[in-house]
Design a protein around this ligand. Structure first.
Ligand code: F6P
Length: 356
């Protein structure tokens, strides 16, 4: 058996742990040959591959990023290198030339959508869900999320001490696209006074009032805001649009926007920290190393059993899988009845809601 592995979309802590687990399990349990495809689907078009053996995956468990490289704009069905032309036949022909029996694709919703389109063309695929955003449908967790939450929590710990010393309002903006998972869990872990999520458009008046109340009590205010959050009646804050990308909108800047709204209403200083790619870099947490290893092992089992066209999932404590068609192009938001929202409200952590 000859299996290809690729990592697509943005990178994320734990990718190397999956590559290692898939490679080790396929080699140890069924003597398979494993080939790494470089820079996501781009490697199938540029013919950039490398063999993966026991030696190649040694010592990569705790390494951030991906040893194979990735690409977040390469969709062979709309290839940016050929003015958006469909180059899938070229990618397919190269996979056949390599003699690949199938692909293990590690990525987010965009990557799963592309992988799903290769299936009917005769290139069988197994998917492994990755993203720090934790927003993939049908899995309770994606690896990388815990590592991002740890970064946010540590950042808030650090911002709190300086905010308290100066009596400031500190705004920390997290990643997460249209889902508030990172801001919610990171904000709770870091003791934020206010957590603003894409799922709950906030009231600027309510936010300003809480900051003013805390200011009157000589307190500082720690606000954790998701990049996809927006004030009620306002649009998303977009940093850039990438015309030829499967995920063309880059969010970012809502923290700065909120600072501009709050500052005229407060006497204490309002400052913003954009946490940015710090959340995506570096070594995965132990939880993510184990989850990524379990996902990689489970993906190898699907390959061994010939259960193609499925993506590995985590349901409660157990690894399972769902058809790729169920996840392609879908995302998962924080449900408004999520228990952690009730905990936040119960503890007096504001979610920016207008008072009744
Ligand atoms: O999906 C992961 C993610 O890190 C998002 O949270 C963020 O909006 C986006 O990727 C940033 O992408 P890029 O690295 O291309 O700016």
């Amino acid at each position: 058996m000859h299996i290809g592995i690729l990592t697509g979309g943005g990178d994320c802590p734990g990718l190397n742990a999956v590559i290692r687990a898939v490679t080790l399990a396929l080699i140890n349990e069924c003597g398979a040959r494993v080939t790494g495809i470089e820079r996501g689907f781009l490697g199938l078009l540029t013919r950039s591959v490398r063999p993966l053996g026991l030696r190649e995956v040694q010592g990569i468990l705790a390494q951030g990023g991906t040893i194979l490289g990735t690409h977040n704009r390469c969709d062979p069905f709309h290839y940016f290198g050929a003015d958006g032309a469909d180059c899938s036949a070229q990618a397919l022909a190269y996979a056949r030339e390599l003699g690949l029996d199938g692909l293990v694709v590690i990525g987010g919703d965009g990557t799963m959508s592309i992988a799903h389109r290769f299936e009917p063309l005769g290139l069988p695929v197994v998917g492994v869900p990755k993203t720090i955003d934790n927003d993939l449908a049908h899995t309770d967790r994606t690896f990388g999320f815990d590592s991002a939450v740890a970064v946010v929590a540590e950042a808030l710990d650090r911002l709190e001490t300086t905010a308290r010393s100066h009596g400031r309002v500190m705004i920390a903006e997290t990643m997460g696209r249209y889902a508030g998972w990172i801001a919610l869990e990171g904000g709770m872990a870091g003791g934020a006074d206010m957590i603003l999520l894409p799922e709950l458009p906030f009231s600027v008046e309510a936010v300003a009032r809480l900051c003013a109340e805390r200011e009157a009590g000589d307190g500082c205010t720690l606000i954790c805001i998701a990049e996809g959050a927006r004030a009620a009646g306002h649009d998303l804050t977009v940093r850039a649009t990438l015309a030829d990308s499967p995920d063309p909108i880059r969010l970012g800047g809502v923290g700065q926007w909120l600072q501009q709204q709050l500052q005229p209403q407060l006497s204490s200083e309002v400052r913003t920290t954009l946490l940015g790619h710090v959340q995506r870099g570096g070594s995965p947490t132990p939880y993510d190393r184990v989850l990524a290893t379990r996902f990689g092992y489970h993906a190898a089992q699907l390959v061994r059993r010939g259960e193609w066209g499925r993506m590995v999932t985590l349901r409660g404590e157990d690894c399972d899988s769902v058809p790729l068609s169920d996840v392609a192009g879908k995302s998962r938001n924080v449900p408004l009845d999520h228990p952690l929202l009730a905990v936040a409200r119960g503890l007096g952590v504001s979610l920016g809601e207008a008072r009744a």
